[in-house]
Structure formats: structure tokens, C-alpha cells
Design a protein around this ligand. Structure first.
Ligand code: GLC
Length: 553
């Protein structure tokens, strides 16, 4: 075989087809009863994840942190916060997961640290002009006495992206940049010292056996030189008002790709196909595909797909574009429908109003989603997603069909978005409520004492894993069956072939021996011939609206 031919053969590495389950540790399982999930809790529930059939888990941050942004404000990248346990607990969890054939991906947060991090504390102490300040993005203010921020950038969580410090002499001094909360100062990635620290941090976790990293804000890190104003005031969402016509000077700057090339070299020092997965909110998909060029990351969450409305033509279009753009750089598409930053897809797919990433829904939102419709759509959407070629991420609780929790009392809300927008945006607490495991135990089996860092709604009893485990029609059973069939038929490694001439509102495609037929329209459509492997909702000779099936011949 010629070398040229070899390049065209898609790789067989595990991550190209893997199903990776996101654990949000504080809400997964609480072993010590303090109301916040922990690593021992994760270990105790690995049998359930093995039974579900996932290939890997990704854990959101469990590092030392004051928890102003639920751990995405890291004060020590190489230790576990006592809230979540110890490094020994991590090692034990990892060994147990590996023993069950489950790989473990950890979260890495390189765009910023916590303000409590010793690097930032050293920068504050060392004062203007110091080497330590240059590890972050400090600038003089504007206006007569420097009392105006250095530019017009807005924080993703609302409010200005700059905070002024008080210098050692007690006077107001320089400003530091924080694209997120004021407690999350941005690092200066133009500084080689910063890059070196992260090389070591990556190796620390790789040496412990981590199978890779989900990389937080992978479209950030590098800011346009001179920190120019953003041409129009950016919308405060993770994509930051970034469009091709009006690129944000703080996202998707070309030199950020040098960072990912550097990180790729580090992970490639290790055996076992370790991975890098980008959280990069950039559009269009052709631009996102840059993150997964052969010498950069392996995966990049397909947020264009996540954000696509429940509409057959729109879905066909985004799937076609995804497969085209990612395969052009030799990468799989990494499908995802839910995570800890977006409204859970059971609720999102039934929304009748626009709800950008991270805005959340609450009691005063313009309209409440119809959860019967939402659950039906979510089950169909997942059945479809899990047949698509490539990798897929699941977010804890979606296998139970959990909806977004809307009625969290105002004073219980914890997402900084809520406070920074004075309650204008609900934020992300509604998708982060601790999981129900059992209908009758304290905190629905989440914690032995009944404590829960966010209040759990009464409907959690109906969604509990124990209730669903024995029910063949439950959402848990659907997910388990889909993962099994996906493995058995190898659909994720097949090419997708669209089926033409289907009724309006139908999405239909073949992947290997499997045909997927999904009705997104308003009326039933005839069910094609074939043996039904999987159905997202009950069916007869017709396929009801908001239903997807897998068929073989
Ligand atoms: C990413 C995380 C989000 C966090 C933000 C700042 O978008 O997914 O949860 O708040 O980065 O680290």
C-alpha cells in the first residue's frame, strides 16, 4: 500500500467512535454526605456506568478551588479539592474505571486560574511591571485617572471583563482581564513560563494514568495584540458575539493553534492513545475543524449540532456539513446534545423561544417547555445521534431523561451568571441538580444524609435510576440498548448514506447494516420495511411524530 493510500484510511483509534460520559462530580454521587458529590461517589457508581456501556468518562474539575465557578476556578491544578476527596481517591477511581474497561478524561482549564491561585497572588503582591504580573493580563485603566477599564470587553457571565486592583500603597491601581468571573483572571499565554507550567500539569495527570483532557475554553487563551475594543458590544455568551464578519479579539486567535500543537506533542509522548478534546465555541464548522487538524487536538465538541433546532432539514444540513468539514482534516465529528453549560435537551428541544448557551430557564422565562414533547424529542434525538459516524458525549442524567430544573429558588442559585446579571439570566444551575439514583432514599440516593448542594425537585423520584433499570420502556433502557446496538453493528465507524425521497420532516440514513428513520414532522409517516432494532417511542405500522427507529433488513 502506498503512503498516500494509507492517509485516506480512517484511523481506528478508540476516540474516533467512543461514547464518553460526562461526570459533573459535584452532582453525580456524594459518598461523604456533605451534599456535594465526590470522587469516592464516582467510584461507587462505576458499575452502573459499565452497565450503561460507555467507553470513557470525562470528569469536570475536581481540583483545589474556592468554587466560585463550580471548580472552573482552579487554585491548584495538581491536587484534589478536599470537597471531592484526595489524590488517592483519584488514583483509586482511575484504577477501578480502567479495571472495568472505562477510560478516564480529566478537565483542563488553561485560559484562567482562580484568583486564589498562588500565581495570581504573587502577581498582586509583586506589583506593576513585574514578571509575575506578566503571567496574567494586567493593564493600566483609561480615562483621566485610569478609572475606566482598558477596553470594552464584556465577561461571558455578564458585566465588564476587567477588575481594578488595589495596589500595595492602598491606592486603586491596574486592571486585570477576566473573560469569565472576576475570580477567574486570564493567563497570559504569550508568556513561555505559562506554557511551561501547563506542560508539567499535563504530564502530572498523564503520569497518573489519565487518558486525556477535555480542554476548557480552547478558543480563548490568546488575545489580539493591543487588546482592541470589540467592534460591537459583544453578546455575553460563550461565543462572545464572535462571527466571521465581526471576529471577537479574544476568541479563536490564530496563535492559539500553536498551543494545541505543543500540547499534542506532550500527549503523544505517552502510549495508550491519550486524547485532547476542545471546548471551542466557534462557528462555522469549517473554522471549528481547525482545532482537530492532525497535529492539534483529537476531538472538538460539535456545538453547531447541539444548537440545531428540531427540524429535519436543519439537522440534515448540519450533519452533512459536520461530516464534510471534520473528515477534510481526518477527524471524526464529536456529537453532543447536553452538557453542564446548556439547558438539558429534554427541555431545550421543546422550547418555543430562543435561549442562547448558558442563559438557562427559570420561573419567569417567556414560556415553559412541554416536557412530554421534550422527552419524546430528546429520546429520538439521542437515538439518532448514537447512530451517527464518529464519537459522542453524554451528560450525566440525560440517560434518565432528566429535564432542566426550572423552579430553583432564587436564593439557592449558585451560577455566577445569575448574580453578575442581577437575575436577568438564570444561568446553568438547572442542568446541574444532583442526580436521582433511588426513589425512596434521602436525596434520591445522591447522598446518604439527604444533603444536596442544589435542591432536587420531587419529580426526581419518578426519574430515579432504580425505577428505570427494570423498565424496558425507560429512557435508561433506551440508552443502554442504543449503546449495545451501536457497538454490535459498528455504526460509528461506518460512512453515512442519506436516504432520498422520504416524506417531509423525516431524517433517514444508512450506516452499514443499520437504517435510521426519524420523524420530526407533525404527522405519522409509514414505517419502512425491516426489523426494528430500537425505537425511541412506541410505534405501530406508522412512525409517530418525534420518534426515531433503527432498522435492519
Ligand atoms: C467553560 C466551562 C464552563 C465554565 C467556563 C469558564 O465554558 O464549560 O462551565 O464556566 O468555561 O471556565
Amino acid at each position: 500500500m502506498s503512503d498516500a493510500g494509507k492517509d485516506l484510511i480512517p484511523g481506528t483509534e478508540w476516540w474516533r467512535t467512543a461514547v464518553i460520559y460526562q461526570i459533573y462530580p459535584r452532582s453525580f454521587a456524594d459518598a461523604n454526605g456533605d451534599g456535594v458529590g465526590d470522587l469516592r461517589g464516582v467510584t461507587s457508581r462505576l458499575p452502573e456506568l459499565e452497565a450503561l456501556g460507555v467507553d470513557a468518562i470525562w470528569l469536570s474539575p475536581f481540583y483545589v478551588s474556592p468554587q466560585h465557578d463550580a471548580g472552573y476556578d482552579v487554585a491548584d491544578f495538581t491536587d484534589v479539592d478536599p470537597l471531592f476527596g484526595t489524590l488517592d481517591d483519584f488514583d483509586h477511581m482511575l484504577a477501578e474505571a480502567h479495571g472495568r474497561g472505562i477510560r478516564v478524561i480529566v478537565d483542563m482549564v488553561p485560559n484562567h486560574t482562580s484568583a486564589d491561585h498562588e500565581w495570581f497572588q504573587a502577581a498582586l503582591a509583586a506589583g506593576p511591571g513585574s514578571e509575575e504580573r506578566d503571567h496574567f493580563v494586567f493593564r493600566e485603566g483609561t480615562g483621566e485617572d485610569g478609572s475606566e477599564p482598558p477596553n470594552n470587553w464584556q465577561s461571558v457571565f455578564g458585566g465588564p471583563a476587567w477588575t481594578r486592583v488595589t495596589e500595595a500603597d492602598g491606592n486603586p491601581g491596574q486592571w486585570y482581564l477576566h473573560l469569565f468571573d472576576t475570580s477567574q483572571p486570564d493567563l497570559n499565554w504569550e508568556h513561555e513560563w505559562v506554557a511551561q507550567q501547563f506542560d508539567d500539569i499535563l504530564r502530572f495527570w498523564l503520569d497518573r494514568g489519565a487518558d486525556g483532557f477535555r480542554v476548557d475554553v480552547a478558543h480563548g487563551l490568546i488575545k489580539a495584540s493591543g487588546l482592541p475594543d470589540h467592534a460591537t458590544a459583544p453578546g455575553p455568551v460563550a461565543s462572545g458575539g464572535d462571527t466571521l464578519d465581526n471576529p471577537a479579539p479574544f476568541w479563536a486567535q490564530e496563535p492559539v493553534h500553536d498551543v494545541w500543537r505543543r500540547w499534542r506533542k506532550v500527549v503523544d509522548e505517552y502510549d495508550g492513545e491519550r486524547v485532547l478534546c476542545a471546548e471551542a465555541w466557534v462557528y462555522p464548522l469549517a473554522r471549528m475543524a481547525k482545532w482537530v487538524r492532525p497535529d492539534e487536538m483529537h476531538q472538538s465538541f460539535n456545538f453547531a449540532y447541539l444548537e440545531t433546532a428540531w427540524d429535519a432539514d436543519a439537522l440534515k444540513q448540519v450533519i452533512t456539513e459536520s461530516l464534510h468539514e471534520f473528515s477534510a482534516v481526518g477527524a471524526p465529528s464529536t456529537w453532543v446534545l447536553s452538557n453542564h453549560d446548556v439547558v438539558r435537551h429534554v427541555s431545550r428541544l421543546a422550547l418555543t423561544f430562543d435561549n442562547p448557551q448558558g442563559h438557562g430557564i427559570g420561573p419567569n422565562s417567556p414560556a415553559m417547555p412541554d416536557l412530554d414533547i421534550g422527552l419524546k424529542r430528546a429520546r429520538a434525538a439521542t437515538a439518532m445521534m448514537l447512530a451517527l459516524p464518529g464519537s459522542a458525549y453524554l451528560y450525566q442524567g440525560e440517560e434518565l431523561g432528566l429535564p432542566e430544573v426550572i423552579d430553583i429558588p432564587d436564593n439557592a442559585r449558585q451560577d455566577p451568571t445569575w448574580a453578575r446579571t442581577n437575575g436577568e439570566r438564570y444561568g446553568r444551575d438547572g442542568c446541574r441538580v444532583p442526580l436521582p439514583w433511588s426513589p425512596s432514599e434521602p436525596a434520591y440516593g445522591f447522598s446518604p444524609t439527604g444533603a444536596s448542594w442544589l435542591p432536587q425537585p420531587e419529580i426526581w423520584a419518578d426519574f430515579a435510576r432504580e425505577v428505570q433499570a427494570g423498565d424496558p420502556n425507560s429512557t435508561l433502557s433506551l440508552y443502554t440498548a442504543a449503546l449495545k446496538a451501536r457497538r454490535e453493528f459498528g455504526t460509528a465507524a461506518c460512512d453515512l448514506e442519506w436516504i432520498a425521497d422520504v416524506p417531509a420532516g423525516v431524517v433517514a440514513f444508512r450506516v452499514g447494516e443499520v437504517t435510521v428513520y426519524a420523524n420530526l414532522g407533525d404527522a405519522p409517516v409509514p414505517l419502512p420495511a425491516g426489523k426494528i432494532l430500537l425505537a425511541s417511542s412506541p410505534h405501530d405500522s406508522e412512525l409517530q411524530p418525534d420518534t426515531a427507529v433503527w432498522l435492519t433488513h
